[in-house]
Write a protein that binds this ligand. Structure first.
Ligand code: MG
Length: 219
C-alpha cells in the first residue's frame, strides 16, 4: 500500500552535490576570474572537489593557497562567497522532478527533513523548486533538532498530520537518515546517491536511485 506521506533528506538524496560543485565553479569563475591568472572553470572545479569541506573557513584558506591568484585572495571574501552562492548552485538529480510529480499526482503528502543552516538549505530548496511539492520543510537549525533524533522526524510528521506507521523516509546516510527514521517508526529507504555504503545490518530497503522508490508503492 502506498504511504500517506513520504519524507526526504535533501543533500545527496534530492540535491546532487557533485553537480552543485560544478555549477558553483562556474559562479566562482564569473566572480573571481578577473583576479585569477588564466584558469579554467574545470581547474577550479577539480580543486573544489579535492578540498570540499562544506564551506568551512579552512576550505576558504585552502582556496586562497591552491588557486593561481594575481594578487593574494582574502579568505573571508571566499568564505562569504560560498555561504552566499553555493545554495543557489544546487542541482537536483535527473529523476527528482518526475518522481515528485508522480507522488504528488497520487496524493501522497511530502516533506523534507534536512540537517544544516537555515539560509543555505533554504537557498538550495529555492534553487530546486521543492516548495511546489513539499507540505513541510524541516531544517535542523530552525527547529533546534537534528537527525538522527527521532523527534525531528516526528516533528515533520506532525506538520503533515500523519503517524509514523503511515510514512516513509528516504535518505542517503545510513545513520542520520535510515537508522534515525527507523527508530522514529517510519519505513526507511536508503538510496545509493551519496558517498555512503549501506552496512549489512541496515534496516529498511535499499534503492539504487530515487526513481526505484516508485516500484515499492504497491508492496
Ligand atoms: Mg544526505
Amino acid at each position: 500500500m502506498p504511504p500517506a506521506a513520504i519524507l526526504f533528506d535533501l543533500d545527496d538524496t534530492l540535491a546532487d552535490r557533485a553537480a552543485a560543485l560544478r555549477r558553483y565553479a562556474r559562479f566562482f569563475t564569473e566572480d573571481f576570474g578577473a583576479q585569477l591568472l588564466p584558469s579554467l572553470t574545470q581547474t577550479i572545479h577539480a580543486t573544489l572537489i579535492e578540498i570540499d569541506d562544506f564551506g568551512s573557513r579552512g576550505q576558504a584558506q585552502t582556496l586562497c593557497a591552491a588557486l593561481p591568484w594575481r594578487t593574494p585572495a582574502d579568505p573571508d571574501v571566499l568564505f562569504d562567497h560560498w555561504a552566499g552562492r553555493f545554495g543557489e548552485a544546487a542541482v537536483a538529480f535527473d529523476d527528482v522532478e518526475s518522481v515528485l510529480q508522480d507522488l504528488q499526482r497520487r496524493g501522497i503528502r511530502m516533506g523534507l527533513v534536512t540537517n544544516g543552516g537555515a539560509a543555505m538549505q533554504r537557498a538550495k530548496i529555492a534553487a530546486l523548486g521543492l516548495e511546489r511539492y513539499m507540505q513541510t520543510l524541516v531544517i535542523s537549525a530552525e527547529v533546534d533538532l537534528r537527525k538522527p533524533d527521532p523527534a525531528i522526524f516526528r516533528h515533520a510528521l506532525a506538520q503533515l498530520g500523519c503517524g509514523p506507521s503511515d510514512a516513509w523516509f528516504v535518505g542517503d546516510h545510513p545513520d542520520l537518515d535510515v537508522r534515525g527514521a527507523h527508530a522514529a517508526g517510519l519505513r526507511a529507504f536508503w538510496v545509493r546517491t551519496g558517498a555512503f555504503e549501506a552496512p549489512d545490518d541496515l534496516p529498511g530497503r535499499r534503492l539504487e536511485r530515487l526513481s526505484d522508490l516508485l516500484k515499492h508503492l504497491d508492496d
